[in-house]
Design a protein around this ligand. Structure first.
Ligand code: ADP
Ligand code: ZN
Length: 721
């Protein structure tokens, strides 16, 4: 027999199918070891055949076969072709997406443990007291883990039992299950609106369905119903959420509903847990894959439904090669399996909503919260007036009063900050010096706990200078508000309140998020202060107040999506308030209260926002009416980078000469962040009328990648840093 094999090398020159001879038992989808250019490397079996067109004597044999069942399912190969063509990556790189990285690297193995049970009717000599005790324990308690029994009665006693044949040992693979609870309401009886939504997904006649439902409209119950329906038809399901470690309640609910049939894949798990959960899906023991974007590659066959919750979230765009869009991959899988794809959000991305309006997607709208509960009232606090009044804290009078009332009523509050310690930078008031990272050309952030400056891109730490390194001045200023400062201010204002803080600095370890959210959920704190991470779909019934500090921060980024992001953020964060019986409130602090985005957001007017935004994008020719593309050139050497940059730019320029109408903009430049982790960054930035030339642009990036400079393409990049 012969095997067609793709070798696991991320290089376009070996992006071919190689043939090896193999044992007849070899299955398609297996991972193998094969000799290749004097080494032995990993490969993936994509087909086996009885014949070969290759000269027999030249063919080498497969050396080793891993995994039973084979790690890759048939569908992987179909998707591999599409992904490798779409994002112009070698097939091996596309296939890697389908395997947990720890499996490829061989750093984790199945966990095997030894268990012992009592053999029947054994008489032990009276002298062997410990053995008799251990034997009695086993007879009474049944099978026990070997190490536990040793701990109780001593290793020699257990070994003695084994020797006499009184204890029978067996080694078994055990699954490392992720921590977490099973809790949550039993299935609700669906409301009319929810039932209509489920029906519309099933019979709406379109593959992709967009559920636009306000926060608290009961989208989760719709998803769960659709998943249960797929399982009852003997199929499997994929359920994607932006950052699952941030939504423990969602997990608990899924576990309660689907028990062992649900498997979780996310970065917060230990490597062993992820490995075992992955195999539970592959072996068919688990049928529902729940996780962040990489779970779209879950090893399932016969997928019956794919759900992408909070479809607008930027975490669905991969920031490493291949830079895929999760929704695109989900659509490929839905097409392959002939199943439905459901995108859900309270604030759909402008792109998706336009597709729904154009009839490409089936649009399902849920305008009301469950039980017609009102959406929280949003109060705007004009911070310019606060400053005039001499208020220099981060809290407006309105927010202080609302906080006071909330605490007195025994309820909880969430204080949301736009970014982690943003503009907590050190500025010299005499000369304007700003502290920057030596490796990354980004502003450093001050961290008061360690009294140091940190780079958020590479993690470098710097001593806090006592005087300005440029001019020697002593008036160094920390600019702006960070979570730490908010917490400090809160402590002064409400000394009796218990506070919790959640941001990248306070969250560590694999259960870090979970612990903070859990203790807040158990009302162990009155106020939770945090960044983006607390905006996601949490459901805390006692939260009746949300404070949004500097709501307009994200309006000022130089990004065409600033307005959209701000609208989404305000809606999401506000949605945390007043979810249970009591009415919720939101105080939104801003320096530009007249901004139209804030106006629409405070009235929950998505339609209004969308009409305005889409008109603006159309007039200015920005996505979805155009495509922003950049070819990034990254290299440790300036010479190599500039060489590749020149090549890429000239080739693009050439394209423009041939098809000038396609180009709205083209330029080459330093990236806004000139250096990250010691690597220089340049870019060819362009705006194209359509995706007609996209394939050529990907080709240009591949052609200008050299051994010392790497080029890659980004489409409508999430950030242009
Ligand atoms: P969304 O995901 O749209 O923000 P959720 O799914 O979190 O909304 O639902 C909001 C609340 O409504 C939850 O507390 C949920 O338990 C409850 N809920 C959902 N569906 C029903 C129903 N059919 N009847 C009663 N309560 C429901
Ligand atoms: Zn740095």
């Amino acid at each position: 027999m012969y095997a067609q094999i793709i070798v696991d090398v991320a290089h376009s020159q070996v992006d071919k199918v190689f043939e090896y001879s193999c044992p007849p038992s070899l299955k398609v989808g297996s991972r193998v070891k094969v000799p290749f250019g004097g080494r032995v490397i990993d490969g993936f079996v994509i087909a086996v055949s009885e014949k070969t067109s290759y000269p027999e004597e030249k063919i080498k044999p497969v050396q080793e076969v891993f995994d039973e069942p084979p790690a890759l399912v048939e569908e992987c190969f179909a998707l591999m072709q599409k992904i490798s063509a779409r994002y112009r990556v070698p097939k091996a790189v596309a296939l890697r997406l389908f395997l947990p990285s720890e499996m490829r690297l061989g750093t984790v193995r199945a966990s095997v443990r030894k268990f012992v049970r009592a053999a029947e009717g054994v008489c032990l000599p009276a002298a062997a007291k410990k053995q008799a005790q251990a034997y009695a324990y086993l007879t009474e308690n049944g099978e026990t883990e070997f190490v536990q029994l040793c701990r109780m009665f001593g290793r020699s006693a257990v070994a003695g039992l084994e020797r006499r044949g009184a204890a029978i040992a067996e080694e078994r693979k055990v699954n490392r299950l992720p921590a977490g609870e099973e809790s949550g309401a039993p299935a609700h009886v669906l409301t009319t609106a929810q039932r209509a939504a489920v029906e519309s997904v099933k019979n709406g006649g379109k593959m992709v369905n967009l559920i636009h439902g306000v926060t608290g409209s009961g989208k989760t119950e719709i998803y769960l119903t659709l998943i249960a329906d797929a399982i009852s038809r003997g199929k499997t399901a994929i359920f994607l959420v932006p950052e699952i470690s941030l939504t423990p309640q969602m997990l608990a609910q899924l576990r309660a509903r689907f028990k062992g049939e649900a498997a979780i894949l996310h970065s917060g798990l230990s490597a062993g847990e992820r490995f075992d959960e992955w195999w539970r899906l592959r072996s068919g023991e688990a049928k529902i894959a729940i996780g962040a974007r990489s779970a779209v590659f879950a090893p399932l066959t016969d997928v019956g439904i794919i759900i992408v919750d909070e479809e607008h979230d930027s975490s669905y765009c991969s920031e490493t090669a291949p830079r895929y869009s999760t929704v695109d991959i989900a659509a490929m899988r839905a097409e392959y399996n002939g199943c439905k794809l459901v995108l859900g959000s309270a604030t759909p991305s402008v792109e998706s909503y336009m597709k729904a309006c154009d009839g490409e997607y089936n649009l399902i709208t849920l305008p009301d919260r469950i039980n017609s509960k009102p959406l929280p009232e949003i109060i705007i606090a004009d911070m310019r007036r606060e400053v005039k009044r001499g208020n220099n804290t981060c809290f407006s009078q309105a927010l202080r009063e609302e906080l006071d009332g909330t605490l007195k009523a025994g309820n909880q509050a969430i204080i949301f900050l736009n970014r982690r310690g943003y503009s907590q930078t050190v500025v010299c008031r005499d000369c304007g010096y700003v502290a920057k990272c030596e490796n990354c050309d980004v502003t450093l952030t001050y961290h008061s706990e360690e009294d140091c400056l940190k780079c958020h891109y590479c993690g470098a730490k710097y001593r806090m200078p006592s005087q300005c390194p440029e001019c020697g001045g002593r008036h160094l200023l920390y600019n702006g508000t960070g979570t730490q400062r908010v917490v400090a201010d809160l402590k002064k204002l409400f000394p009796q309140a218990t506070l919790l803080r959640m941001d990248n600095d306070t969250v560590s370890g694999k259960d870090g998020h979970y612990k903070i959210l859990k203790s807040f959920g158990e009302k162990k704190a009155d106020i939770l202060v945090g960044t983006q991470m607390i905006a996601k779909g949490h459901d805390f019934p006692s939260v009746t107040l949300v404070g949004i500090l500097d709501a307009d921060m994200s309006l000022h980024f130089s990004d065409y999506r600033s307005g959209e992001r701000t609208f989404q953020l305000i809606t999401q964060v506000s949605g945390r308030s007043g979810r249970a019986d009591e009415k919720g409130k939101v105080v939104l602090q801003t320096y530009s209260p007249e901004n139209y985005i804030l106006r629409y957001a405070t009235h929950y007017d998505y339609e209004g926002f969308f009409k305005n935004e889409i008109a603006l994008r159309k007039a200015t020719l920005f996505p979805p009416f155009a495509l922003i593309v950049r070819i990034m050139v990254v290299s440790g050497s300036a010479e190599a980078a500039l060489e590749s940059l020149k090549g890429a730019y000239l080739a693009t320029e050439n394209l423009r000469r041939k098809t000038p109408d396609e180009f709205l903009f083209l330029n080459k430049m330093h990236s806004p962040i000139k250096k990250i982790q010691g690597k220089l960054r340049y870019q060819v930035l362009m705006r194209l009328k359509s995706d007609a030339l996209l394939k050529n642009i990907y080709d240009i990036a591949v052609e200008n990648t050299t051994s010392s400079a790497f080029c890659y393409v980004e489409e409508n990049p999430v950030n242009l840093s």
